[in-house]
Design a protein around this ligand. Structure first.
Ligand code: AKG
Ligand code: FE2
Length: 368
């Protein structure tokens, strides 16, 4: 599904923004001007050859080993591929541990490291100048089933869309997830299990965050989050991630995405890395302090050359929903429902199709 041509270029006309973009591009060493433009306009970019194909093969081979040992999957027999989580979600979908090894990214893949540094406005914006940025060997597999009848092209009214970050309150300037970084450990052709993207979701998410200075509970945009359907309803452009082993896809941290069904027997292996920033993002910087491409992507989506964002509540960490005990679940449900009511009172109400696709809704809080 090729991207529409007009979105490949910056469309926001403002000399303040153009100067800021020039200053930022001038600091990039791996990301090219064209890639920077594409990222700011589209919210994602594929960095070709970000790490070696040899390393990708090593990780993929290890994934097959674990699929065999833990799940009884035989690489050469696609009829066994559905064994992890049979009947649930995509065929052969598993989160594999890989090994305990952690690679310092700067040594393993200098290009992957520098591209991420370029995106956030320099390695100094990572803790310890990024020296502690590591990649483990874990993998998300999506092995596929030939002609799986459940396959559908990417579209809005589908389950599973989400914004990454299940462990923090989401603000416009959140530092906990600098990017969604996706290394590709296998070649991914179209219709082969690549992650689906709501390409124009950065704008709706940015607008909601800008209008919500007290932030969003992570469960509102994760899993079955009640805010997701209203956000994807504002999206018109959907695509799927494709590329080759050794490529790295960098997504804007607001980009809504979802798992896809793989209707092929071309196995898909990726990971999902989430570097953090030392400081919250800033949307009003001085001329001698260049914006990051992520900040520029946010401003571009908002149609603002700069924005003085003020949080109305402190940053807050959360235990991710799947790891909460019963007591914690009850407590978070109370907090979430309180927020669902507040948002309904603000007129932000889940659309009627939300429930049919498995999302929560805050419709019950709307006064009749
Ligand atoms: O497996 C995929 O395609 C996407 C995974 C994902 O969205 C996640 O790990 O947060
Ligand atoms: Fe995700």
């Amino acid at each position: 599904m090729p991207l529409a041509e007009p979105h490949d270029r910056l469309t926001f006309n403002s000399s303040e923004f153009e100067q800021a973009f020039e200053a930022t591009v001038g600091e990039c060493s791996v990301i090219t001007r064209e890639e920077a433009e594409r990222f700011v306009a589209n919210g994602f970019v594929v960095i070709k050859g970000a790490f070696s194909r040899d390393y990708a093969s090593h990780v993929a081979a290890q994934a097959w080993r674990e699929l065999g040992e833990v799940h009884g999957v035989d690489q050469n027999d696609p009829t066994t591929w559905a064994r992890p989580r049979p009947g649930q979600g995509p065929s052969g979908y598993a989160r594999l541990k890989g090994s305990d090894k952690q690679h310092q990214l700067q040594s393993l893949a200098p290009r992957a490291f520098q591209a991420q540094a370029d995106l956030v406005g320099g390695a100094h914006r990572f803790p310890f100048n990024g020296e502690n940025l590591k990649w483990g060997e874990g993998v998300v597999s999506n092995l596929g089933m030939l002609d799986d009848p459940r396959w559908q092209p990417p579209a809005g009214k589908q389950p599973g869309w989400h914004k990454d970050g299940w462990h923090f309150r989401h603000f416009l300037n959140s530092p906990e997830q600098a990017t969604v970084t996706v290394p590709l450990y296998s070649d991914i052709q179209p219709m082969s299990g690549g992650t689906y993207l709501a390409v124009d979701s950065v704008g709706p998410v940015a607008r909601l965050l800008l209008d919500s200075p007290a932030g969003l509970h992570p469960d509102s945009v994760q899993g079955a989050g009640y805010l997701i359907p209203g956000l994807v309803d504002q999206c018109r452009e959907f695509t799927e991630l494709t590329g080759e082993a050794g490529d790295m896809v960098l997504l804007h941290p607001y980009m809504l995405h979802r798992v896809s069904i793989n209707p092929s027997t071309r196995p898909r292996f990726i990971a999902n890395m989430a570097p953090v920033l030392t400081e919250p993002m800033i949307f009003k910087r001085e001329p001698d302090d260049p914006y990051s491409l992520v900040e520029l992507g946010t401003l571009h989506a908002l149609g603002q050359p700069s924005y003085d964002f003020q949080q109305e509540r402190p940053m807050q960490g959360f235990k991710p929903s799947p790891f909460r005990n019963e007591d914690e679940k009850r407590k978070e449900t109370v907090h979430l429902r309180e927020e669902m009511r507040e948002f309904a009172e603000r007129g932000i109400v889940s659309p009627s199709w939300a429930r049919d696709c498995g999302y929560m809704t805050n419709g019950e809080f709307v006064a009749n």
